[in-house]
Design a binder for this molecule. Structure first.
Ligand code: PLP
Length: 395
């Protein structure tokens, strides 16, 4: 028996373990200090009332013989796929229901989509970015190349003329940088993918945070993207489903390579390896797409963005370069005074009792940067922003 040796090529990720260890050690030495966490990448606001009502009602239905649901369609119930299709219509994107596959979240689909491609492919991944793209391709033994995000390109790298790859990951708005591609920039990647026969895996997990005119919510807003892209999205950050679990992946029927439909392949993959998201959760997810559900979800998004604006205001006042926060809950700042991201982590913890996430955890280009988020409580965020500004102004 042979194990998958590709796992030996994974770098051990100690990021969140290291953060927890350093915070625990600091608190042990300094009992009673009020440490505020601005590193959190998870929602803290509760589910909206219409979603909770739908979940409760669907649970009741499951206890009655006449309305009980056993196995449902692997691709998701029509009532939810239709709701998702209507949501996309808001951006002028027309999707057929059978181009939408309901999932239990974006993370597993991002990883599982690698089943569609041979190991003998080159994958292009922006750096810095959500680490799941890199690790799931290392597990599959693919060649990985990186395209560099930097302050100069606003952490929205674009294709060079000589850039070659078979599969490209894009995450916009981006985790960790909060940067979001404009329509013209995304159109460059779509043109590149079409020229090279590449497939774009587009992660739109944070699309609900977009407010800037001209920043697409979906890659399918770009002409020609239906022939070269798959989009993964989630209710995690849109509707607070991080612990409830529901997402969706769009595989257009126009996406064909070597005469084979990727939509048909993904359908086959899902019907073989996946049973549907539970009926109860799909009812809750459908409620998140009703006008009342969306209004309530957007109130929470606005709450997180207000926090992000408070943090951004403190950084601006202290004269620290940063991006994100506008179309995203994430703020990405340049570590002051030539510190690397772990040095700044320690300084911020010790001098301001604030916890963030070192950029080094998101790729080599994150070494001198730091991620803060708007997912905390409003009061704690305002207090943390005051401490952050004071510390930065004292350096
Ligand atoms: N994609 C990105 C860019 C993320 O940042 C996250 C979670 O933080 C996910 C996907 C995972 O989403 P889900 O909760 O739907 O699995």
């Amino acid at each position: 028996m042979k194990l998958n040796r590709n796992f030996e090529n994974l770098q051990q990720s100690y990021l969140f373990i290291d953060i927890a260890r350093r915070v625990a050690a600091y608190k042990e030495k300094n009992p009673g200090t009020d440490v505020i966490r601005l590193g959190i990448g998870d929602c803290t606001r509760p589910l909206a009332a219409p979603v909770v009502q739908a979940l409760a009602q669907a649970s009741e239905e499951q206890g009655v013989a006449e309305s009980f649901h056993g196995y449902g369609p692997e691709q998701g119930y029509s009532f939810l796929r239709a709701a998702i299709a209507s949501y996309y219509a808001r951006w002028g994107v027309n999707l057929a229901e059978d181009e939408i596959f309901v999932s239990e979240g974006a993370k597993s689909d991002v990883g599982n989509l690698t089943d569609l491609f041979d190991a003998d492919n080159t994958v292009l991944i922006p750096d810095p970015v959500y680490p799941v793209y890199v690790d799931s391709n290392i597990m599959a033994g693919r060649r990985i190349e990186y395209v560099d995000g930097s302050r100069e390109n606003g952490f929205c790298p674009l294709p060079g003329a000589a850039q070659k790859a078979d599969i490209l990951y894009l995450c916009s708005p981006n985790n960790p940088t909060g940067a979001a591609y404009t329509r013209a920039q995304l159109a460059q990647w779509v043109a590149w993918a079409r020229q090279n026969g590449a497939v774009i895996l587009f992660d739109a997990a944070y699309e609900a945070f977009i407010e800037t005119e001209g920043v697409p919510h979906s890659i399918f807003e770009i002409d020609g993207a239906q022939e070269c892209a798959i989009e993964v999205c989630s209710l995690s950050k849109t509707a607070g489903f991080t612990g409830t679990r529901c997402g969706y992946t769009v595989v257009p029927k126009a996406l064909v390579r070597g005469g084979t439909s990727l939509n048909a392949m993904w359908s086959r993959r899902q019907t073989t390896k996946f049973n549907e998201v539970s009926y109860v959760i799909q009812r809750g997810a459908a409620a998140a797409f009703t006008p009342q559900g969306m209004a309530a979800g957007m109130e929470n998004v606005a709450y997180y963005k207000k926090n992000a604006a408070v943090i951004s205001g403190a950084l601006t006042a202290a004269g620290v370069w940063h991006c994100g926060g506008k179309d995203s809950p994430y703020i990405w700042l340049a570590c002051p005074g030539g510190l690397d991201s772990w040095e700044f982590f320690d300084l911020l913890l010790e001098k301001a009792n604030v916890v963030g996430t070192p950029g080094a955890g998101f790729g080599k280009n994150g070494e001198a940067y730091f991620r803060l988020t708007g997912f905390g409580g409003a009061e704690q965020t305002a207090e943390a922003a005051r401490r952050l500004q004071k510390l930065l102004e004292s350096l």
